[in-house]
Ligand binder design. Structure first.
Ligand SMILES: Nc1ncnc2c1ncn2[C@@H]1O[C@H](COP(=O)(O)OP(=O)(O)OP(=O)(O)O)[C@@H](O)[C@H]1O
Ligand code: SF4
Ligand SMILES: [Mg+2]
Length: 354
């Protein structure tokens, strides 16, 4: 098997306080021992509640944040120790797309220049060929060459996200971190942008770290998925496998609260009881124990490691995952054949059409 494009190992990240100097200063432990890989042309979906650490992981991979410890190997090279000039080289190969492209597009710069600038900066085309490349990029994302004369505010939200994608593609990256990239779009536009991203992955071989709190979006685009809870990956595996046979009670709870993915929805997202533990007070044991109806003394005393299931690709960090799998809970398990909400029906129809 070829080496993964991205190989994240034992990543830890905390914020605040003053480590080592002032013992009483409080630090927030936001990412704990996170490991995952992304292959070439693969999409890894990272899903979890607000505050679970998804964006922190995305930003640390780009070295917009410095990790406390761990390795981030990109194409075999550990980027954690890279110098500034080597980082510049990396920044071309790893791009990021945010939820709100408007705030990342300079309103005074025409779209043609937004796309031309990185091409010139990285000397990716001879000066006489830059305009042709800009036209090509616009067409790749479903816009027209004449759009290059417009300013960002003259586009709709979906079109602006297409421009953000074109800008990311301008530097011919290998990996794009999509941080809630479709969350602000309405459902039909969301479907179009998701399909565009999937097509680019298939046509260009680009890989994605796809970050979202939306289980249905992650399921649609991801080859493999990681479920993040309080800064730890608690379940990971092939997307279809994780969504069809969730092993961790947290994944089950998320699915049960997702009208699009659970069977007939028993709980609404608002009905999920409890809250994740504070990142300032990480207690021993399973972080999910205070919300878990299966919690035992062992769960409260010791943190469960990620354990592999039969086929080796599906892992969950739960002391009782095997037992729970053997005795499926009627509420949340079983093949996913959802009783779909009207909004989800519409989304799935759009996704199939496109
Ligand atoms: N610079 C910072 N300083 C202190 N705490 C931070 C900082 N950045 C993030 N955090 C904290 O880290 C935790 C994780 O934040 P993060 O933005 O990674 O979550 P997220 O999963 O992306 O959430 P959302 O779905 O809301 O975007 C939160 O508790 C947040 O308050
Ligand atoms: S380890 Fe225990 S508390 Fe944690 S998810 Fe599993 S059963 Fe629940
Ligand atoms: Mg975030």
């Amino acid at each position: 098997m070829s080496a993964p494009l991205l190989d994240v190992r034992h990543l830890h990240k905390s914020f605040g306080g003053a480590r080592g100097l002032i013992r009483t200063a409080r630090r927030a432990q936001v990412v704990t021992d996170v490991s995952f890989t992304i292959g070439r042309g693969e999409t890894y979906g990272l899903v979890g509640e607000s505050g679970s650490g998804k964006s922190t992981i995305g930003r640390t991979i780009l070295r917009l944040l410095e990790p406390d410890s761990g390795e981030v190997r990109f194409d075999g090279e550990d980027i954690v120790g890279l110098s500034r000039s080597d980082l510049r080289r990396l920044r071309r190969r790893v791009q990021i797309i945010f939820q709100d492209p408007f705030s990342s597009l300079d309103p005074r710069v025409r779209v043609g220049e937004v796309l031309a600038e990185p091409i010139r900066l990285h000397r990716l085309r001879a000066s006489g060929d830059v305009t042709a490349r800009v036209d090509e990029l616009l067409q790749t994302v479903g816009l027209a060459p004449h759009h290059k004369d417009r300013y960002p505010h003259e586009f709709s939200g979906g079109q602006r996200q297409r421009i953000a994608i074109a800008r990311a593609l301008a530097v011919e990256p290998d990996l794009i971190v999509c941080d809630e990239a479709v969350s602000a779009l309405d459902v039909s536009i969301q479907a179009q942008v998701l399909n565009l991203l999937a097509r680019l992955r298939d046509d260009l071989g680009v890989s994605y770290l796809f970050i979202s709190h939306d289980m249905s979006v992650v399921r649609h685009i991801s080859n493999r998925v990681g479920v993040l809870y309080a800064g730890r990956i608690v379940e990971t595996g092939p997307a279809e496998e994780v969504f069809a046979r969730p092993r961790h009670p947290y994944t089950r709870m998320l699915l049960a609260a997702t009208p699009s993915l659970g069977r007939p929805r028993r709980t609404r997202a608002d009905d999920i009881t409890g809250a994740p533990p504070s990142p300032y007070e990480r207690a021993p044991g399973c972080a999910f124990a205070s919300r878990c109806s299966f919690a035992t003394e062992t769960c409260r005393a010791e943190t469960p490691p990620l354990d592999t299931f039969t086929d080796g690709a599906h892992e969950a960090a739960c002391w009782h995952a095997e037992a729970l799998a053997a005795e499926p809970s009627e509420e949340t398990t079983g093949p996913v054949e959802p009783e779909m909400s009207p909004a989800f029906r519409r989304r799935m129809a759009l996704l199939r059409e496109a």
